[in-house]
Design a protein around this ligand. Structure first.
Ligand code: ADP
Length: 386
């Protein structure tokens, strides 16, 4: 097992396409780190640079104590699992798993043992003599994982390994991979565009956009304290609500006033007041998680407002309410389903916001959270990583 350290790693493709813009990341020995972000954000390129399948334009990548910039993929002590499994169709499950070890001239008895162990871990004992075409998608995925396990690498690299599976299987394979990591504790770097997969699997979730790391933290950190509007909107379902407005000082208090004809007013909670004060008069985007909104007919008016119910979506235990403010802005609330007491379409209701869960951002799609710690300069981040 090994730590993996990226220090100011950059990838510039032909045509001056800066796919990865000098990222630094310290992955501890045994950690499960998920790179997540929308298509084209540079996550696969990053993984492929760690694997050695893509050259690094500048910066360094270390696996264990060794800088691997010029080390061939086969000598990096990594094993990669791809989206398309890449199994050999003419080989049995057993042969597929053993193939990489055979190439490395591992002794036969050792190959037998490792394949047997991996097969037991992955529940493949009954399928060892089958060819891939006689397996289900989930079983093929397990074989691909088995092929990586038998290598006993310092680090596993997964590139969207579940995206070819149907929704149900994806969820069960996700649990299997998590259980597998808890058992083997091999350092793992995992790429996905699916934020839910990232949150459920990762010890650390690295949210990427535009070739850069936006935030790296535990699933709880990126959800509760997103550093900018991009991370806030990317993590969590349904996504966070964003409302445009302006900040106003009123004595000791800071008030956020919605943009529009009949603006909603919210007194900012204590954790934001000091950060907002220097910005009085400036525009500010309020961020509210759907789960932080509750239906409260008697709530105090400085922490609640009236909205109209546009759509009601029952989800079993919970119900999503699509709402509009009097100025016509859209909001989603996720509330507990209470039989016989749910708001109706067309009704005007009073909703309250949990003050502890109000976020505020500077304007723009990457606007910083007002209470985010200052971003470290690139050189500081690299020093921390070293
Ligand atoms: P992701 O995995 O997040 O979808 P990628 O790492 O595949 O993103 O791609 C990042 C950016 O680099 C994209 O803009 C993509 O078009 C570009 N890119 C990827 N591979 C190449 C390539 N071989 N040549 C030129 N540009 C590429």
């Amino acid at each position: 097992m090994a730590q993996v350290v990226l220090d100011r790693v950059e990838k510039i493709y032909k045509g001056n396409i800066r796919a990865v813009k000098g990222i630094s990341l310290h992955i501890d020995d045994g950690q499960f780190v998920v790179l997540v972000g929308p298509s084209g954000c540079g996550k696969s390129t990053t993984l492929r640079m760690i694997a050695g399948l893509e050259e690094i334009s500048s910066g360094t990548i270390s696996i264990g104590d060794r800088v691997v910039n010029t080390v061939a993929p086969k000598d990096r002590d990594i094993a990669m699992v791809f989206q398309n499994y890449a199994l050999y169709p003419h080989m049995t499950v057993k042969e597929n798993m053993a193939f990489g070890l055979k190439l490395r001239k591992t002794p036969k008895a050792e190959i037998e043992k490792r394949v047997r162990d991996a097969s037991a871990i992955l529940g493949l004992d009954d399928y060892l003599e089958r060819k891939p075409k006689a397996l289900s998608g989930g079983q093929r995925q397990r074989v691909a994982v088995g092929r990586a396990i038998v290598r006993e690498p310092a680090c596993f690299l997964f590139d969207e390994p579940l995206s070819n599976l149907d929704a149900k299987l994806r969820v069960s394979m996700r649990s299997e991979l998590k259980a597998l990591h808890q058992r083997l504790k091999t350092t793992t770097v995992y790429v996905t565009h699916d934020q839910e997969e990232a949150m459920t699997l990762g010890d650390v979730v690295v949210v990427m956009a535009n070739g850069d790391i936006q935030q790296a933290g535990s699933p709880d950190e990126v959800f509760r304290t997103p550093v900018n509007r991009f991370v806030a909107g990317f993590v969590g379902t349904p996504p966070m609500n964003f409302l445009d407005g302006v900040l106003r000082a009123e004595g000791d208090r800071m008030v956020w006033l919605e943009t529009g004809k009949s603006p909603v007013e919210i007194v900012l909670p204590d954790h934001l007041t000091a950060h907002a004060r220097p910005l009085a008069g400036s525009t500010c985007v309020l961020g509210i998680r759907p789960g932080a909104i509750s239906v409260q007919p008697d709530a105090p008016h400085d922490r609640s407002f009236l909205v109209q119910v546009v759509v009601v979506e029952p989800l079993g235990e919970q119900t999503d309410l699509r709402l509009t403010t009097p100025s016509g802005e859209h909001l989603t609330a996720r509330v507990p389903s209470v039989h016989g007491h749910m708001p109706k379409v067309g009704q005007t209701i009073r909703v309250a916001i949990d003050p502890a869960r109000v976020h505020a951002f500077e304007p723009g799609p990457f606007g910083r959270a007002l209470d985010a710690p200052p971003a470290p300069a690139a050189s500081e981040a690299a020093t921390e990583a070293a």
